[in-house]
Design a binder for this molecule. Structure first.
Ligand SMILES: [Mg+2]
Length: 144
């Protein structure tokens, strides 16, 4: 896939194989004015990422088609500009894939069931981080 350049936006792409998680996150995050798109698999997510710039990809780890580790690796390979936040229902386990990702890519992780305050704060932080180098001049292409 090809990656879109960074552009100011309020779009969040949420990837999870569980419909009730998607439903909750859409309702909750839209209440803050974020524009939420849902994907039930990594392949759906890749289609969405071709169509618009997202400041944030919020992805589950345990999914049947492609796990979060592979998904994030593909995002990085494709030079997708979005911030990435992981979410998982698993608790902390130093041998878990999640911890490997955390140490390698250093993206934040949210644990289910969600701490709503932490969730809202993390999304705002990712918005600020994504936009901090494009706020001066939205036309400046990313350096390569
Ligand atoms: Mg899952």
């Amino acid at each position: 896939m090809s990656s879109l350049p960074k552009a100011p936006n309020r779009r969040i792409l949420i990837v999870d194989d569980e419909a009730d998680v998607l439903d909750f996150l859409k309702i909750y995050l839209e209440s803050f004015g974020w524009q939420v798109t849902l994907a039930s698999s990594s392949s759906e997510a890749f289609v969405q990422l071709e169509t618009a710039a997202y400041f944030l990809v919020l992805t589950d780890i345990a999914m049947p088609e492609m796990d979060g580790y592979e998904f994030i690796s593909k995002l990085k390979d494709a030079n997708v500009q979005s911030q990435v936040v992981l979410m998982t229902g698993f608790g902390y386990n130093p041998k878990h894939t999640l911890i490997k990702i955390y140490k390698t890519i250093k993206c934040p992780c949210l644990f289910k069931p969600f701490n709503r305050v932490k969730l809202a704060e993390t999304v705002q932080q990712m918005y600020d981080e994504y936009h901090k180098d494009i706020s001066q001049d939205p036309q400046t292409p990313p350096s390569s």
